[in-house]
Design a protein around this ligand. Structure first.
Ligand code: ZN
Length: 267
């Protein structure tokens, strides 16, 4: 066999392995996530359970009074978010409501000191009991709906389901904030100014960036994509990510545009 042919065969095998490996990543992801979910369910096995049409809520007895509110808000936004993102979950979605923020952070392996009112991990949504972050009982339902974590975390859930774990953090944050905007009219980081981050910053240094500005930039990018190419472009990008394509490749395939140039053009 000639040397050239040998090199060619090696290259072909290499490309083949790369393709298989990329596919394998998204193909095995759901199983890895299900294992993580089992662990989370185990950690709240003593919690009480309530159900609505599309959600299962785990909670502790002192939060019983918030159960109708949480399930009502989740159901209220179910249609909007699933239609926007083009995916209806096959099974009821698990939400865990914690009355103990430290336990929530431990179960969802969040670094101590961080204090998120909602988290998404391994196909499960967690929220802090509204009693932990809303003092005024009279406005609690309104504040919980508008500033609460339900729409945001549910959007993370769908992104993860459809894209099978194959996306950068800024992308899922951008989609979640876009859904908050579309469902609740909340514009993240409004009035906060700062130098807009580049796509490279967002892709490779997201956790080192200023949190508010990084989230704001992610929101702006997803909002710009939805205005220029419509929500159907985001649905299509999610589907292609789930097939193992990169975000750059998915964006180019759907819009014919280059993602870096598109981001650079948003001031
Ligand atoms: Zn988020």
């Amino acid at each position: 066999m000639g040397k050239k042919i040998l090199v060619l065969i090696t290259i072909i095998i290499f490309i083949f392995l790369l393709l298989v490996y990329n596919k394998a990543n998204t193909a095995f992801y759901p199983y890895v996530r299900d294992l993580g979910k089992l662990k989370l369910v185990e950690s709240v096995k003593d919690f009480k359970t309530a159900e609505s049409d599309h959600f299962i809520l785990k909670y502790s007895p002192q939060d019983e009074k918030y159960v109708p509110l949480v399930l009502h808000i989740a159901e209220k936004h179910f249609k909007g978010v699933t239609e926007d993102l083009g995916y209806v979950p096959r099974k009821k979605v698990l939400i865990i409501m914690y009355s103990d923020a430290d336990k929530m952070n431990r179960d969802f392996s969040l670094a101590k000191g961080s204090n998120a009112i909602g988290l998404y991990l391994n196909g499960v949504i967690s929220i802090q009991s509204p009693s932990l972050w809303i003092d005024d009982y009279k406005v609690l339902p309104k504040v919980f709906e508008k500033e609460g974590p339900i729409v945001h975390e549910f959007a993370h859930f769908i992104v993860d389901e459809v894209a099978k774990g194959n996306y950068p953090v800024w992308f899922t944050e951008g989609v979640a904030l876009l859904e908050e905007y579309r469902e609740n009219g909340v514009s993240w980081g409004e009035g906060i100014e700062g130098k807009p981050y580049s796509l490279e910053d967002l892709n490779y240094r997201f956790n080192e960036l200023d949190e508010v500005l990084a989230y704001k930039r992610s929101f702006e990018i997803m909002k710009a994509i939805s205005s220029k190419y419509g929500m159907e472009s985001i649905r299509e990008i999610l589907r292609l990510l789930g097939e193992g394509l990169s975000l750059d490749a998915s964006f180019r395939k759907v819009t014919g545009d280059d993602l870096k140039s598109f981001v650079d053009a948003i001031s």
